[in-house]
Design a protein around this ligand. Structure first.
Ligand code: DAU
Length: 287
């Protein structure tokens, strides 16, 4: 299975902060935002990952994340000229995906919780036609939303519904079979001019090929779409990291724990980062 991180977009809801820098490069407490979705894919056991960015910022992402070899993964890069919709990721990534299945994560989605790694690895292994995740939120109108029937079966996926249909938002993590490339290519842009990920999900649902997993309250799903949610996400990471003395979203640590890199390699990665404390943390893991 291949992985894609979609990290383009104008980030206009965060202006002026994102006027000159991609949202996904902003810090979430002590790490660049993109580290978190990257770690989610690494936790799922996905090691071949395409990072899609704006053309203007492509080089900054490449300098930050490099080839991925340092973390025992393989990173490739592509650009999206304009934010023409999340589903365009599968068209841009067509040759990268090849004949594989694919997992897409949005570069501003942060997931944390007990057993998440095992759960994602199971989803990957189950190899369903498609799997999306529903998360109970108080403000569903901000998201793609899943409507369920009385037997709790999904019956509709609606992007930013104007009237209430359910509290279950679709999080920005999607697993699809290879058919998704063809589906994306046949999409018609929505009224807001985007290739909608919700239309892909509705297509799988209509074909009875959509598997929906609900995430319970033991999992934190944070998005960073507004100044407030960005600060909330930083505070959340700060509080947990301070309390436990363990970091969330460190690719070095995940690579080492997943067995992608050796202890020696972890030490090498830690040394240039000693001054920020991040490196000290990585060294301490070895002891
Ligand atoms: O966060 C989950 C939600 O993400 C889902 O519930 C929605 O169904 C889905 O449409 C999306 O909603 P948003 O309103 O949050 O999408 P937004 O336009 O903010 O884009 C999400 C991220 O994807 C953002 O970091 C920018 C990036 N993006 C977005 C578009 C439309 C791109 O890189 N390219 C794009 O063309």
């Amino acid at each position: 299975m291949k992985g894609i991180i979609l990290a383009g977009g104008h980030g206009t809801r965060l202006y002026p902060v994102t006027q000159q820098i991609s949202k996904q490069l902003l810090p979430i407490y002590d790490k660049p935002m993109i580290y978190y979705p990257l770690c989610t894919l690494m936790h799922a056991g996905i090691r071949e990952i395409l990072v899609i960015t704006t053309p203007q910022e492509s080089n900054i992402f490449k300098e930050l994340l490099k080839t991925g070899e340092q973390w025992g993964i393989e990173l490739s890069y592509a650009t999206q000229a304009k934010p023409r919709g999340i589903a365009e990721a599968f068209i841009i990534g067509e040759s990268f995906i090849g004949s594989d299945s694919v997992c897409l994560i949005l570069g501003d989605n942060i997931l944390h919780g007990d057993n998440l790694s095992t759960r994602l690895q199971q989803v990957k292994k189950q190899n369903q036609d498609s799997t999306i995740f529903g998360y109970y939120v108080s403000d569903p109108e901000r998201y793609g939303v899943i409507e369920f029937d009385k037997d709790d079966k999904p019956i509709n996926i609606i992007e930013k519904p104007h009237t209430f249909i359910s509290n279950y938002a679709v999080i920005g993590l999607y697993f699809y079979n290879n058919e998704v490339v063809k589906i994306a290519k046949n999409l018609i842009p929505s009224l807001r001019g985007e290739l909608e990920i919700s239309d892909i999900n509705q297509y799988y649902l209509d074909q009875k090929k959509l598997h929906v997993e609900k995430l319970g309250r033991g999992i934190a799903w944070l998005d960073t779409g507004t100044h407030k949610s960005l600060l909330d996400a930083s505070n959340f990471i700060y509080v947990l990291e301070q309390r436990q003395g363990l970091k969330i979203g460190s690719p070095e640590e995940v690579a080492w724990r997943m067995g992608y890199i050796s202890a020696d390699k972890l030490e090498v990665l830690a040394k240039p980062q000693i001054k920020s404390g991040y490196g000290k943390y990585l060294i301490a893991l070895l002891n």
